[in-house]
Design a protein around this ligand. Structure first.
Ligand SMILES: Cc1ncc(C[n+]2csc(CCOP(=O)(O)OP(=O)(O)O)c2C)c(N)n1
Ligand SMILES: CC(=O)[C@@H](O)[C@H](O)COP(=O)(O)O
Ligand SMILES: [Mg+2]
Length: 634
């Protein structure tokens, strides 16, 4: 039996002899590589925190002590050491498998769930403050990556630490990478801390240095306050000391002994401590070390070569790449068009713009709120920014959308990728709420393309519009529609009738247009004639065509890759009420008013949630039959 197989809980980790730990680390790495090769997943981040996580579980004692992992995409090691090295780990991030992030419902060892970046320090500070209020004595640890510090929330929490608690352990897991290279002043500062010999030497053996000085002994006896002030006298204290947090490090995050020594030191500190740990993303798997961006969140791959499964010939391009190439076209025509990402260049396709027109590309770090405000500022100076931010991450910048862009009617185009499901990442990453959260914002334009050619046209539409415009489109491949050489702006608020039908009219948006055409074909096999409308614009809605539709059909079916509350279906119902056309019933095909867990694929999750093509057909047939008392489908 391997050492890892003997680990049923953190207590078993503590029982191991130090000389067994390298073997455990090796087995954990092997387990992570093999599992993510099969399922895909966050290989690099997890391989980088193996010794650190082993150390955490040997020094601290969850669930009494509480860990908050930032993003928590690097929580696989923690899961393996807390009783989850089992069948569900084999299927992690797929149906029947564990979540790829920490989750309070999954384990008592998961003190706080995550998925979005920047939350760990704030949550940990809340837990530490609650502990102090209750006068209990558990330890609270926040594990934050270097890029997590580019998040505004992390800095807000940092500002609050010293005035909120006397005991908090912050681990800066510094691997120099976000998904792409980390950006901004902070990584440069972290590097200064690493390379500044004066600070390190003094910081490490400051006491022995004092002992050599006349009167140094008495300073040491006076305790840490004087030591700290004396050290400040010698070296410019770190940024963290200015926040009332004791900086320790940097240490080698792969040296198990060092890790445990300093974790233990931090555990017994009488003030908030930040332990600066240097790790290597992808440690132990060369191909991940050499390709940190690709192996941040990898698709299934061959362990030997690291290569993923090549796309079959003729596979349509990914929407993210269509966005990137189209933006390059449009930015070449107009130097005022610029692209902004919040630390997601590759995932959004903006890396294509970065390579082609680097002066028109900006990566602001994991800072969506700042990205939108930054765009608003540039828009006041004659630029037309394109903010490429996943639907789910754009939720972070909601006030900036309303208060800074829409209210001032500034020309900013938002390209929201991952609208719809992100199946393996699950509830924290599905882009299912953007129509609801955007439809209530006055003056904005909200559109969704049925195919890649329409995405290009909608980008031209958004850039021709002097105000806020949003385009939502799904994760993954488009549908193979040829893309015109030059994108052509669409008429805002105009839907596109694809086919007529006297019995039912299906109004679909974006990726669901193809499903609507399939549904119409199935209905016609049952003698029901269904029309299909490619809605294109959820705001403003084509109320003229909708009125015509309601007057000439028996049932309107809406189809959207979005939650049912407040999306396209709700917009149609509102419009029909407004036009006093409430006699036309509406059946809304959408995701339920619930959080949708992770799963193996979109198809699997649709099956599980009654949204498979056949389930939709049955539902529409039943509604139609009920409405018109015709023979229900046997
Ligand atoms: C609000 C938000 N924006 C973007 C992301 C996408 N994202 C996931 S992990 C990550 C980089 C995290 O870098 P770091 O904190 O240094 O951790 P590492 O992966 O290096 O261990 C990003 C940008 C996210 N999860 N949440
Ligand atoms: C953890 C995180 O937020 C990102 O790594 C995310 O998993 C990327 O999602 P995509 O794979 O859809 O780009
Ligand atoms: Mg990092």
């Amino acid at each position: 039996m391997s050492i890892l197989e003997r680990i049923q809980s953190p207590a078993d980790v503590k029982k191991l002899a130090p000389e067994e730990l390298p073997q455990l680390a090796q087995e954990i790495r092997e387990r992570i590589i093999q599992t993510t090769a099969k399922n895909g997943g966050h290989v690099g981040p997890n391989l980088g925190v193996v010794e650190l996580t082993i150390g955490l579980h040997r020094v601290f004692n969850t669930p009494t002590d509480r860990f908050c992992f930032d993003v928590a995409h690097q929580g696989y090691v923690h899961k393996l050491l807390t009783g989850r090295n089992d069948e569900r780990f084999d299927h992690i991030r797929t149906s029947d498998g564990y979540s790829g992030f920490l989750s309070r419902v999954e384990s008592e060892h998961d003190a706080f769930g995550a998925g979005h970046a920047g939350t760990a320090l704030s949550a940990a500070l809340g837990m530490a403050t609650a502990r102090d209020q209750r006068d209990s004595d558990e330890h609270v640890v926040a594990l934050c990556g270097d890029a997590a510090f580019t998040c505004g929330i992390t800095m807000e929490a940092l500002n609050n630490v010293a005035t909120s608690t006397k005991r908090l352990i912050i681990i800066l897991n510094d691997n120099k990478w976000s998904i792409a290279k980390n950006v901004g002043a902070l990584p440069r500062y972290f590097n200064e801390l690493i390379t500044n010999p004066v600070y390190n030497r003094l910081n490490d053996d400051f006491e022995s240095l004092l002992q050599k000085m006349p009167g140094g002994d008495s300073l040491i006896k006076l305790g840490s306050k004087w030591k700290q002030e004396t050290k400040d006298f010698f070296v410019s204290s770190s940024l963290f000391e200015k926040f009332g947090i004791r900086y320790i490090g940097p240490i080698d995050g792969h040296d198990q002994k060092q890790v445990e020594h300093y974790l233990d030191f931090a555990k017994n500190a009488e003030q908030p401590v930040l332990l600066h740990v240097l790790t290597e993303k992808g440690r132990g798997y060369d191909v991940a070390i050499q390709n940190p961006e690709r192996f941040h969140g990898a698709s299934p791959f061959d362990v030997k070569t690291g290569k993923g499964t090549p796309s079959a010939p003729g596979t349509p391009p990914k929407y993210q790449d269509v966005m990137g190439h189209t933006l390059v076209k449009l930015a070449k025509e107009d130097a005022n068009v610029i692209g902004i990402t919040a630390a997601m260049p590759a995932g959004t396709g903006l890396n294509i713009l970065e390579n082609a027109l680097p002066k028109q590309f900006f990566d602001v770090g994991i800072a969506e709120e700042h990205a939108v405000l930054f765009a608003a500022g540039m828009a006041t100076s004659g630029f037309h920014p394109v903010c490429a931010i996943y639907s789910t991450f754009l939720q972070r910048a909601y006030d900036q959308i309303i208060h800074d862009v829409a209210l001032q009617n500034l020309p900013v185009l938002f390209c929201m990728d991952r609208a719809g499901l992100s199946p393996n990442d699950g509830a924290t990453h599905h882009g299912l709420f953007d129509l609801s959260y955007l439809r209530c914002v006055p003056e904005v334009v909200i559109m969704a393309p049925a195919n890649e050619d329409e995405l290009a046209d909608m980008m031209a539409t958004g850039l021709a519009h002097q105000g806020a415009a949003f385009i939502r489109y799904p994760r993954g491949n488009a549908i193979g529609t040829p893309i015109k050489e030059t994108p052509v702006p669409l008429e805002i608020g105009k839907a596109q009738r694809l086919q007529k039908g006297s019995d039912i009219d299906i109004w679909a948006i974006g990726a669901m247009v193809a499903d609507a055409q399939q549904l119409a074909a199935q209905l016609s096999e049952h003698g029901i004639q269904a029309g299909v409308v490619n809605t294109r614009f959820v705001k403003p809605l084509d109320t003229e065509l909708l009125a015509e539709s309601a007057q000439n059909t028996r049932l309107i079916v809406t189809m959207e890759d979005h939650v049912i509350t407040g999306g396209l279906g709700t917009a149609v119902m509102e419009a029909l009420q407004e036009a006093c056309l409430h006699n036309c019933p509406v059946e809304r095909i959408a995701w339920p008013d619930a959080f949708i867990e992770h799963g193996s694929s979109v198809a699997q999750l649709r099956e599980e949630n009654g949204l498979s093509p056949n389930a939709i057909l049955e539902r529409v047939m039943a509604k139609y039959a009920k409405l018109h008392a015709i023979q229900e489908v046997p």
